[in-house]
Design a protein around this ligand. Structure first.
Ligand SMILES: NC(=O)CC[C@H](N)C(=O)O
Length: 400
C-alpha cells in the first residue's frame, strides 16, 4: 500500500477516498498518506526522532507536547504497545503529542509484552498519525530548513478543507514563547516509591528510602521517578506552580526539577523565581532537560531555540568532569546558551554532535543539571550514574 498515495496527485485527489491523511506544512507544502489512530486534525511543530525503539515511551513523554513527531526509523508499531511502557504519570493521560508521521504501515504486534495494536493505542489516546510518508525527505527538509509548524489531518473519507488547514498551519505561533507546562503538570501532590523494571518481576518498590526528594513536575516522566526511588529516595511530586515555601515546608533533602514541554523562557514567571529561591537556600538540586534550562535561566543565563533540535537515543555527550563519553537519549528544541552563563556555572557536559551545552554545575551551590535524558526510557542507560551523583550530593550536604 505504501507509495500509492503518491499516485494521487493533482486536482482529482480530493474526490478520491485516498489520501486519508495529510500533513500540511506552514509554507503550504502538502504531504499525502494514510490515516492511522484518531481522526480530526491537530497543529504543532514537526520534529524528527531517530530512536529505533521505544516509540511508546516517546509518545507518552510530556516534553513532546505541541509537537508532531516524525520517526526516521521506518518500522514503528511492530512490537505493539503494552500497559507498562507509559511515561505520563496518568497511565491514560494525554502527553500532549499532536501527531505522528510514519514511513511504513503498522504491522501486527510481534512481542510477548504487547497487549494492543499500535493503531488502536493511538486511537484510544486521541493521537492522529499518518503513514506512507517519505520520512527521509521530510527529515532532510527539517535538517535544512529547521522544524516547521504543520497541521496533521486524518479523515476516513479523504475530505479535507485544504485552504483552512493551510491557514491554520501558517497562523500557529510556534513553540517559541509558548508555555505548555500547565497542560501536563500534575494537579495534585503525590508520593512515589516505584523503582525500575526488571525481568521477570516487573517494577519494584523502594521500601527503605534514605532521602526525601521533592520533584517539581513540569511534565515529569515515570522513569525519572523510578530512578530516584531506586537510588534510595522517597519522592514527593509537586505541581509546577508550587511555591518555594511550600517546597521547603516538605523538608526536602534534595529538589528535582523535571523535563517538560514548550519554551523554558515562557515558564519564567512562576518556575524560575522558585528555582532561584531553592538554589539560594542551598538545597541540593538536580535538573533534567526543561529543569536544566530553567536552572540556566535562574542563574541569569539565556535559552535559545535550536534549528532542528535533538530527538533520539544515540546522542554522544562528553562528561567534562571525567572525560568519558556517554551515549544519551535526547529530546529538546531549546538549549542553554553557554556564553550567557555566569562564572559560577561550569559547563559539565557537551553534545558531541553539535557542541551545544549538555550540562552545568554551580560552583557555589550543590546544583547540577543535564540537557539530555539520563533516565533513558527509551534509550541507553549510560547516564544512570547521574542519579547516584545526586544522591551522593544529598548525603554530603546532610553530613556537612
Ligand atoms: N525534554 C524536555 O524537557 C524538553 C525541554 C524543552 N521543552 C525543549 O524542547 O528544549
Amino acid at each position: 500500500m505504501n507509495g500509492s498515495a503518491e499516485q494521487h496527485s493533482g486536482d482529482d485527489v480530493w474526490a478520491e477516498p485516498l489520501p486519508t491523511a495529510i500533513l500540511v506544512l506552514a509554507d503550504g507544502t502538502v504531504l499525502e498518506g494514510f490515516g492511522l489512530g484518531a481522526t480530526g486534525h491537530a497543529v504543532g511543530e514537526v520534529c524528527f526522532n531517530t530512536a529505533m525503539t521505544g516509540y511508546q515511551e516517546v509518545l507518552t513523554d510530556p516534553s513532546y507536547a505541541g509537537q508532531i513527531i516524525t520517526f526516521t526509523f521506518p518500522h514503528i508499531g511492530n512490537v505493539g504497545t503494552n500497559e507498562e511502557d507509559v511515561e505520563t504519570i496518568s497511565m491514560a493521560g494525554a502527553s500532549g503529542v499532536r501527531g505522528v508521521v510514519l514511513h511504513s504501515a503498522i504491522t501486527d504486534p510481534s512481542n510477548y509484552r504487547a497487549t494492543r495494536h499500535f493503531d488502536a493505542w493511538l486511537k484510544a489516546r486521541g493521537i492522529i498519525a499518518i503513514s506512507g510518508i517519505d520520512t527521509r525527505a521530510l527529515t532532510a527538509l527539517i535538517r535544512d530548513g529547521g522544524m516547521p509548524n504543520a497541521v496533521i489531518a486524518h479523515a476516513h473519507n479523504g475530505q479535507f478543507d485544504l485552504p483552512a488547514l493551510k491557514a491554520e498551519a501558517a497562523a500557529w505561533p510556534g513553540l517559541e514563547g509558548m508555555d505548555l507546562v500547565p497542560m501536563v503538570t500534575s494537579a495534585q501532590r503525590f508520593s512515589w516509591d516505584e523503582t525500575t523494571w526488571s525481568w521477570p518481576d516487573g517494577y519494584g518498590r523502594q521500601t527503605a528510602p534514605a532521602h526525601h526528594v521533592v520533584a517539581v513536575d513540569y511534565g515529569i516522566k515515570r522513569n525519572i521517578l523510578r530512578l530516584l526511588a531506586r537510588a534510595g529516595c522517597q519522592v514527593t511530586v509537586v505541581p509546577a506552580t508550587t511555591s518555594a515555601e511550600e517546597i521547603m515546608a516538605l523538608q526536602p533533602d534534595g529538589v528535582f526539577l523535571s523535563n517538560g514541554p514548550g519554551d523554558p523562557a515562557a515558564t519564567g514567571e512562576y518556575a524560575v523565581p522558585v528555582i532561584r529561591e531553592i538554589i539560594a537556600r542551598g538545597v541540593p538540586t538536580f535538573g533534567i532537560c526543561l529543569g536544566h534550562q530553567m536552572i540556566g535561566l535562574a542563574v541569569g543565563g539565556r535559552t535559545v531555540k535550536m534549528h532542528q533540535g535533538h530527538h533520539g537515543a544515540n546522542h554522544p555527550v562528553k562528561d567534562n568532569t571525567t572525560g568519558k563519553v556517554e551515549i544519551t537519549s535526547m529530546n529538546h528544541g531549546f538549549a542553554v546558551d553557554r556564553d550567557s552563563l555566569p562564572a559560577t556555572a561550569t559547563e559539565t557536559h557537551v553534545s558531541l554532535f553539535d557542541g551545544s551545552n549538555a550540562g552545568i554545575a554551580l560552583t557555589d551551590k550543590p546544583v547540577f543539571s543535564v540537557q539530555y535524558h539520563p533516565e533513558a526510557s527509551p534509550g541507553p542507560q549510560d547516564s544512570h550514574y547521574l542519579f547516584d551523583r545526586f544522591v551522593e550530593m544529598i548525603a554530603k550536604n546532610k553530613a556537612a
